[in-house]
Ligand binder design. Sequence first.
Ligand code: NAG
Ligand code: NAG
Ligand code: NAG
Length: 274
Amino acid sequence: MWSSVLPLLVAVSPALLLQLPDYTSTQEEGLWQDYKHGRHDAELPDKKHFCSWKCLLFTLQWPGAFCQSLDEETLCTIPPSINNWTIHGLWPLKAWRCCKCWPMFESDVQELDAELKDHWPSLLRTQPSFHFWRQEWEKHGVCAACVEGMNSPLRYFQICLKLRGQFDIQRLLEDAGITPSCQRPYKLVEVHQVLAPHLGDKHEIQCVTDEKDREVWFQVKIPLSHNLTVGCDHDVDDGNPAPPRNSSHGHPCPPQVPFYYFPIDHQDPQRPCG
Ligand SMILES: *[C@@H]1O[C@H](CO)[C@@H](O)[C@H](O)[C@H]1NC(C)=O
Ligand SMILES: *[C@@H]1O[C@H](CO)[C@@H](O)[C@H](O)[C@H]1NC(C)=O
Ligand SMILES: *[C@@H]1O[C@H](CO)[C@@H](O)[C@H](O)[C@H]1NC(C)=O
């Protein structure tokens, strides 16, 4: 089974892995077919594909604007305990859409359950939090597992929680007087200035356009190196990773148009500011 093969990759030096070529999605599809039909001889190229990444993106989302990022806003819900930036995912670049070859079970992350529910909740009514985590594991975690320290669901999610603790965006902003508000829009440059020393110069602040044509901040992407230090010298342009389910409008917040950092409204998450 591939599930027992992947952890062995840890022994391979990252330097070697970096030189491996990319593989096309057609090939990936073929390998998935092979997996389903039990032809395991196709393992090798697939492993290379999974492990050839050089940078990661750690993505946090702001629940106050998450609903606005959905096509169908009524699908979202913000649990009462959620009052802070939450995790969207940790994504090896150019290796997203990884594989379903390493199944994840609730028992794998049982000991992290409470912490994950606090920091990585599903904000979709139709999706239990565990399904969100499993989806992120299958799409991204399995590739992250090429690196020692992330080579199991438990370790991957532990690392994500640790990163969440490291990037306390709400407090950084608060200390700089940038607080959620329905009235006051913020300029990209002022937010960037506050965050850059902590998230690196290449972090990306993402907005959605709401129904009143306001630019609203909903996500931040933090580039990390292979070894999880902030920043990544390699090309961070990831060829536009798959947007999360039902989210199509995310884009970098425009430098010229001030954007809103909406408060979280648990009662009316779709319309925190009318
Ligand atoms: C947000 O979470 C961080 C921990 O990541 C914590 O330090 C901070 O106090 C939280 N802010 C609020 C308003 O709960
Ligand atoms: C992590 O990786 C970066 C980029 O490859 C490198 O510059 C840095 O020295 C590494 N840091 C540690 C602590 O290994
Ligand atoms: C949004 O999600 C719902 C429920 O999961 C689904 O029925 C619908 O087709 C999705 N819409 C888009 C545009 O993906």
